[in-house]
Design a protein around this ligand. Structure first.
Ligand SMILES: *[C@@H]1O[C@H](CO)[C@@H](O)[C@H](O)[C@H]1NC(C)=O
Ligand SMILES: *[C@@H]1O[C@H](CO)[C@@H](O)[C@H](O)[C@H]1NC(C)=O
Ligand SMILES: *[C@@H]1O[C@H](CO)[C@@H](O)[C@H](O)[C@H]1NC(C)=O
Ligand SMILES: *[C@@H]1O[C@H](CO)[C@@H](O)[C@H](O)[C@H]1NC(C)=O
Ligand SMILES: *[C@@H]1O[C@H](CO)[C@@H](O)[C@H](O)[C@H]1NC(C)=O
Ligand SMILES: *[C@@H]1O[C@H](CO)[C@@H](O)[C@H](O)[C@H]1NC(C)=O
Ligand SMILES: *[C@@H]1O[C@H](CO)[C@@H](O)[C@H](O)[C@H]1NC(C)=O
Ligand SMILES: *[C@@H]1O[C@H](CO)[C@@H](O)[C@H](O)[C@H]1NC(C)=O
Ligand SMILES: *[C@@H]1O[C@H](CO)[C@@H](O)[C@H](O)[C@H]1NC(C)=O
Ligand SMILES: *[C@@H]1O[C@H](CO)[C@@H](O)[C@H](O)[C@H]1NC(C)=O
Ligand SMILES: *[C@@H]1O[C@H](CO)[C@@H](O)[C@H](O)[C@H]1NC(C)=O
Ligand SMILES: *[C@@H]1O[C@H](CO)[C@@H](O)[C@H](O)[C@H]1NC(C)=O
Length: 439
């Protein structure tokens, strides 16, 4: 009898600790799942006076002061819009573009790049209807005689769009501004009554939802998740039930997050980060291109389906990345973290010019350890097809092809003058320089 009761106690203890790590795991999942709402909030806070369903134009190419999003490009001008399809459909107007690169991408509330119109897809000028539906997403051609070029359907009522338009040179910005000014969003009635609240952007500016000395990042993320997840369902319908179950286990119910006893939020984010690092080390998902270059598999960038760890990872380092059909972003890895000293440089050798489709572009961009562009005396943040790169003999890349080199060297360590055109400044006195190509 005594022995049996001891066994009974042990089983109980095992069950209890099992239940607890289930809850801890659910908390890790909820943080991983909901983090994109935090990235969305950072974008809102970086957009003073933003209102939903209206366009915010960035009129200059990004520089080191651009911190509303991580890893901004320094190639295109951005126009962003915080989309609320809860009560309205949106008519968007696309102007007549010349042969330049442009894209008007749409993201769901979690940063999934669910639909794109642009030069890659040869989309035409005209009016498009943007709407929310739980029955599929993407770009759908319209029937003959429709007033719309196409329907653009998002799987969540809240979303974001981030138009990119390429200037051919710094003299071409005015032409891009004119194109930006012709973009338009108009709210139209949906004829559907839904019980979804309108998107209140002020929530993102409420200290209750922002990391501070009083609120941990994890709490802020989980509170936002509680606020928004029930209206913004997973893109994969089969995930709805188990996601909602895990969120509830993590303490999210009726729009409120209450931390479960015995859980450790720091450990939850540490565990999420460990999973993200493990993913980046997995050669099934991160392909080795040789020469220290890697590229993410299509399944873990842009459109994530059930890859919630990947979605989390990109939200922290490259929120609003595009799907590979639109752009690829190979990255360069030097040592463990691309950390160079004040006396070091990276010399990148290209066997030839990166191949691009007509109207496409390529560039190499340098970011600091936070994913922001690096302040430097040349005001140069990227080098690529629109730059004045030269071959070793001094002739311009515009006039030929073949091997060339780009020197990534601290901004305060000026190279010999024949290198100036091919010099991409790294942080002054060294530090982390995180490089990626964009094609
Ligand atoms: C919690 O997650 C870890 C890592 O994914 C896993 O090894 C462990 O079995 C999980 N625990 C439970 C109780 O599900
Ligand atoms: C956020 O609130 C601060 C004051 O608390 C205000 O200065 C700022 O404009 C607000 N930002 C947005 C995006 O509403
Ligand atoms: C935001 O609105 C405030 C108050 O109307 C105004 O003072 C401020 O200049 C605006 N900021 C921007 C960036 O438009
Ligand atoms: C960076 O861009 C901002 C906004 O476009 C501009 O006000 C600022 O002068 C720029 N800084 C540098 C160093 O070019
Ligand atoms: C909404 O209803 C109006 C009037 O009944 C109709 O003209 C319009 O086509 C409808 N719109 C949609 C998107 O169904
Ligand atoms: C943190 O809370 C204290 C006390 O309530 C308050 O005075 C302070 O302003 C808060 N700080 C932030 C960053 O919200
Ligand atoms: C929570 O987890 C963190 C990171 O794993 C750890 O450093 C900390 O000691 C834990 N806190 C408690 C109260 O156990
Ligand atoms: C996990 O990563 C996030 C995003 O990079 C970071 O802000 C957070 O501090 C990390 N968590 C831990 C416990 O290190
Ligand atoms: C790859 O990185 C290592 C350091 O991590 C460096 O020694 C090596 O030269 C690099 N190779 C290329 C081709 O960049
Ligand atoms: C980069 O390396 C230097 C030593 O060369 C070190 O002092 C510094 O902390 C490192 N920076 C990061 C962010 O790891
Ligand atoms: C390229 O060089 C020419 C002549 O030195 C200069 O006028 C032009 O501004 C440069 N263009 C870029 C993109 O640096
Ligand atoms: C600069 O000149 C040196 C010495 O002639 C040469 O080795 C190097 O390749 C040149 N660099 C470029 C970018 O032209």
């Amino acid at each position: 009898m005594r022995t049996m009761s001891v066994v009974g106690v042990m089983q109980f203890a095992l069950a209890a600790s099992g239940a607890q790590s289930d809850v801890q795991n659910a908390t890790t999942f909820a943080y991983t799942y909901g983090y994109p709402f935090y990235a969305y909030g950072q974008a809102v806070r970086g957009s003073p006076n933003a209102t939903t369903n209206s366009l915010i134009h960035q009129r200059d190419l990004a520089n080191a002061s651009e911190t509303w999003v991580v890893r901004p490009n320094a190639d295109t001008l951005y126009t962003r819009a915080f989309l609320d399809l809860s009560t309205f459909d949106l008519e968007i107007t696309v102007p007549e573009f010349d042969n330049r690169y442009w894209i008007w991408p749409f993201y769901d509330a979690y940063g999934n790049n669910v639909a794109n119109i642009g030069s890659v897809g040869s989309n035409e000028a005209g009016t498009y209807l943007v709407r929310y539906s739980t029955e599929g997403y993407g770009v759908e051609t319209t029937e003959l005689g429709s007033p719309y070029q196409a329907y653009i359907t998002l799987p969540t009522p809240y979303g974001i769009s981030l138009t990119r338009i390429l200037p051919e040179s710094s003299d071409d910005l005015d032409a891009v501004h004119e194109l930006q000014d012709q973009l338009c969003i108009t709210q139209v009635s949906t004829n559907q009554t839904r019980s979804i609240p309108i998107l209140d952007l002020d929530i993102f500016n409420d200290s209750y939802y922002i990391q501070s000395s009083n609120v941990s990042l994890e709490e802020a993320v989980l509170r936002l998740t509680a606020e928004f997840a029930s209206w913004n369902l997973p893109i994969i319908p089969g995930d709805e039930a188990w996601v909602s179950c895990l969120l509830e286990q993590a303490g999210i119910s009726n729009g409120v997050f209450t931390q479960k006893i015995g859980t450790n939020l720091t450990a939850a984010s540490a565990s999420a980060n460990a999973s993200a690092s493990a993913l980046l080390g997995d050669s099934d998902y991160v392909h080795d291109l040789g020469g220290n270059w890697t590229a993410k598999d299509a399944s873990i960038i842009g459109l994530y389906d059930s890859q919630y760890v990947a979605r989390y990872q990109i939200s922290t380092v490259g929120y609003l990345a595009l799907v590979p059909e639109q752009a690829v972003y190979p990255s360069y890895r030097y040592g463990k973290s691309n950390n160079i000293t004040s006396q070091e440089a990276l010399l990148l050798t290209f066997s030839e010019k990166p191949k691009i489709n007509p109207g496409g572009f390529w560039s190499l961009t340098a970011y600091d350890g936070n994913g922001y562009l690096i302040d430097n005396p040349l005001d140069r943040y990227a080098l690529g097809d629109r730059s004045n790169l030269t071959f070793a003999n001094g002739s311009s890349l515009r006039d030929g092809d073949g091997m060339f080199q780009i020197l990534v060297q601290p901004g305060n360590l000026e190279p010999p003058t024949n290198w100036t055109n091919n010099w991409l400044p790294a942080p002054e006195n060294g530090g982390i320089v995180s490089l990626n190509l964009r094609l």
